[in-house]
Design a binder for this molecule. Sequence first.
Ligand SMILES: NC(=O)c1ccc[n+]([C@@H]2O[C@H](COP(=O)([O-])OP(=O)(O)OC[C@H]3O[C@@H](n4cnc5c(N)ncnc54)[C@H](O)[C@@H]3O)[C@@H](O)[C@H]2O)c1
Length: 284
Amino acid sequence: MTGELEGRVAVVTGAAGGIGREFVSGLLGAGAKVAALDIDGGRLGELAAAHQADAAAGRLVTLPADIARWAECEAAVGRVRERLGGPDILVNNGAVGMGVIRADHMTKLVAIDEIEPEVWDRFVAVNFSGAWYMTRASVGGMLDRGWGRIVNVTTSFFTMLRGRFHPYGPAKSGLEAMSAGHAAEFAGRGVTVNVVVPGGPTDTPMVPPESGIDRALMVRPAAMVPPVLWLCSAEGAGWTGHRYVAGNWDAALDPAAAAEGCRAPIAWPDLAQSPVWPGGKPPE
Ligand SMILES: NC(=O)c1ccc[n+]([C@@H]2O[C@H](COP(=O)([O-])OP(=O)(O)OC[C@H]3O[C@@H](n4cnc5c(N)ncnc54)[C@H](O)[C@@H]3O)[C@@H](O)[C@H]2O)c1
């Protein structure tokens, strides 16, 4: 993969987090220029320090931004365009986790009356609308150039549907559905949209120590990188509208076989087959 993304510009949101920094390293390693967005300016500084040579060479740009705000997303993508070009690749990875509500949310699940309405709104704004804002700001250029890769990080269906894991689960299921819709909307125009998930609890700050889970048994954050690089590669060009479970990626296989091994349908396509529709069929 070294050098395969030479000339491409990638934007990663939540870039200072556990999985985000792995995306940044992986994309830089594959030759892309990277714009790293995060709300946490201090940790973005640490990220730049860890990639000092790339930052000094202008191959890595760090941009503090709150993806819950359209104006900040639009401005950030404008700055990426000016400083690096593109963007060609967008990894919608930034999110807030249930630790914002309570650190022991995994052993003692969260009830509806523990969620303040403004906390609900914040989760929806960051974990769902943020990805739409970033896509809205970036996709026009991708469609004009006929080349784009959008990767949305959602979560396991178990997490989306389980009780007492709100607002995280429902906000992520919105992002999953949006990914399916955008894959269909941009199909055949050179812009692919896929979901990549770890497949289970992953060893990042999003899972607090109070979770009670043995960290050695969690998915490694670096496991998320190979499916994303594969989706951005020439081989991945034909694949849109799928989800990839990174924890099932088998590095012993060649990348195409590994991708096949962890590919699953995006969202709920089987449930969308037979709407009750006047005249029989909805317009495509
Ligand atoms: N860790 C897990 O177990 C797990 C499991 C499934 C999916 N995920 C998903 O993986 C992705 C990465 O999460 P992680 O585990 O690395 O967590 P993390 O908490 O380490 O990273 C999340 C990053 O998003 C940033 N962020 C939060 N709000 C933001 C905002 N408004 N604007 C910009 N940036 C913002 C945070 O500052 C942080 O750096 C998330 O989408 C998460 O939902 C994580």
